[in-house]
Design a binder for this molecule. Structure first.
Ligand code: PEP
Ligand code: MG
Length: 577
């Protein structure tokens, strides 16, 4: 096993064969021109610059689409360099005064420009060199009437290893599904770096001994840990295969825009994201989601031993709403208690107490109303920055909702008196995730605007187990589908909004079952978005309805699973996303 170290330019993990990439060289003819040829040579220069500018603008659009304005400004810098006054003056002089052919004039002027940059003391200027070389290559190609850079085709998706690489080469390698990039030279702010990050291609640079990489059949690139591993041990390979798969899910999301989750018979499902950090929102392809169905606000309290104050919370919520760009976010009020956030609340004493397993969520906040009040104030104040909904977790009974609504109205009154701006019509909901609340759903529909079913806790409450002993996929228990059917039956006649936001909504087979019960809204972790959208696009929802009776009469996890799996095999059709 050999480990090669470098610097991470774009994070991510890739495994694959090495592809040695040798950027081609352009040969520059050196001739003299006559007086009558001067204008046509100058015109060739103008045209080539215009064409290169058009290409760069396309790159800029790509960067804007995948990254942001700040990164796009780096392309602007390249565009400015392309039409630099001094450079243009030098080329014009060489053509007009010295009667040099345009190719040679441009090449010479650029050499002068590059030398000036290379001699600059600033690291920033030196990093711009690669960008400048890219401008040079583009313009020279237009001058030689070659519209695109001819790079050899990769025989199969591979990790490209090269001395250096230009942005346009990177785009072409990306189109050939390059798995990763390793170069000797390359900076964080180079456009190759920006584009690699935009396309989520793992990229590591500053490798002294690039030759040592050789022609390995399989190399591991872990750009985040800044290592490339050659001749990896089977145990490392296995570990990295999983990592690379996870990374690919993330990468697929970045790649394209996704069609809506509309079934073969034209029924649209609502696909929402479960999140707890702004970075998760930024990493998700926005075309995959209609909004956030569950924002776990208690994550704001991770790694600290207090609850953030109103101003800090307000800023956090505003940041989330701004990142959502007009799509709605459902904030769940703090869900402390049980296994969650024990450290901040010093709840260790409850760990061995049976009540600990059912106490938390809205119950905890009602016992500590200042926590709920502060949070609601911050949420309401943030509501002017984007559409939001608020939901209360782990509701045990309707009395808790009455109390929570009382505090909510108090907060509204207070803010009005303070002349604060806020949305007066924020939809309010309850998480349905305890056994006791199932008996009070009817009344809740008259108090609230929506339900969100937390199947993780619901399964534990219904099965009487502790969250810490959670058995994976216990949502296949018949009792869970039966409970959800009960919830659906209360909501559906009134068109009352019901979303499933537990892990069950991330499991394609379980989603089939939920569709059979008439559920149309699913909130899930980012890694499941593509699989669930894909599933919905490949089923006929009317047809799934016929599965309902069988689903509600299964007697075991095994039977439920088999029923759903067989249906999936038989009736799910069409191409994957
Ligand atoms: C749930 O219980 O299903 C849920 C979505 O919430 P959490 O997992 O945060 O308790
Ligand atoms: Mg829960």
């Amino acid at each position: 096993m050999k480990i090669i170290k470098g610097i991470c330019i774009s994070p991510g993990v890739a495994i694959g064969p090495v592809y040695r990439f040798e950027p081609g060289k352009v040969v520059i003819p050196q001739t003299y021109i006559t007086d009558s040829e001067v204008e046509s040579e100058l015109e060739k220069f103008r045209q080539a610059t215009d064409q290169a500018a058009t290409e760069l603008e396309q790159v800029r659009d790509l960067v804007l689409k995948h990254l942001d304005e700040e990164h796009a400004r780096l392309i602007d810098a390249q565009l400015i360099a392309l039409t630099d006054v001094e450079l243009t003056k030098k080329v014009t002089e060489l053509i007009r005064r010295e009667h040099r052919n345009v190719l040679w004039a441009y090449f010479t002027a650029m050499e002068w420009y590059e030398t000036a940059l290379a001699n600059s003391a600033s690291q920033f200027q030196q990093e711009r060199l690669i960008d400048l070389q890219d401008i040079k290559k583009r313009t020279l190609q237009h001058l030689t009437l070659h519209s695109s850079i001819n790079i050899p085709q990769m025989p199969a998706p591979a990790i490209c290893v090269s001395e250096r690489i230009s942005p346009s080469e990177l785009i072409q390698l990306h189109n050939q599904n390059a798995l990763g990039i390793i170069t000797k030279i390359g900076g964080m702010d180079s456009h190759v770096g920006i584009l690699a990050r935009a396309f989520a291609i793992p990229y590591m640079s500053n490798i002294e001994e690039i030759e040592k990489i050789g022609q390995a059949d399989k190399i591991i690139l872990d750009a985040e840990r800044e290592v490339a591993i050659i001749d990896a041990r089977p145990i490392d390979l296995a570990k990295y295969e999983t990592k690379a798969q996870e990374f690919n899910i993330h990468r697929r999301q970045m790649k394209k825009s996704f069609p809506p989750a509309i079934s073969r018979d034209g029924v649209e499902a609502e696909i929402l994201l479960n999140a707890g950090f702004v970075s998760e929102i930024k990493a998700v392809n926005p075309t995959l989601i209609k909004g956030i169905g569950l924002f776990r606000t208690e994550y704001l309290c991770l790694e600290r031993d207090d609850v953030p104050g109103e101003e800090e919370q307000f800023k956090a919520y505003r940041q989330i709403l701004t990142a959502m760009k007009g799509k709605p976010t459902t904030f769940r009020t703090f869900d402390f208690g049980r296994e969650k956030m024990v450290s901040i609340l010093d709840l260790e004493m409850f760990q061995h107490d049976a009540t600990f397993d059912t106490w938390g969520g809205i119950g905890f906040c009602l016992d500590n109303p200042w926590i709920l009040k502060t949070q609601l104030r911050a949420l309401l104040r943030a509501s002017q920055y984007g559409p939001l909904k608020i939901m209360f977790p782990l509701v045990l009974n309707k009395a808790e909702i009455h109390l929570a609504l009382k505090i909510y109205r108090e907060v509204q009154r207070e803010l009005k008196q303070e002349n604060q701006t806020f949305d007066v019509d924020i939809p309010l909901g309850a998480m349905i995730e305890t056994k006791s609340i199932l008996d009070e759903l009817e009344e809740l529909t008259t108090l609230l605007d929506f339900f969100s079913v937390g199947t993780n806790d619901l399964a534990l409450f219904l099965l009487g187990s502790k969250r810490a002993d959670n058995v994976s996929k216990n949502y296949y228990q018949p009792i869970i589908f039966q409970a959800i059917d009960r919830i659906a039956k209360v909501g559906q006649p009134k068109a009352f909004s019901i979303t499933i936001c537990g892990e069950m909504a991330s499991d394609p087979l379980a989603v089939l079952g939920l569709l059979a019960l008439g559920i149309r809204s699913f909130s899930m972790s980012a890694s499941a978005l593509i699989a669930i959208t894909d599933l919905i696009r490949r089923v006929n929802i009317q047809q799934i309805g016929s599965l309902r009776d069988d689903l509600l009469s299964t007697a075991s996890v095994r039977q439920t699973y088999k029923l759903l799996r067989d249906w999936h095999r038989r009736y799910t059709k069409g191409k994957h996303l």
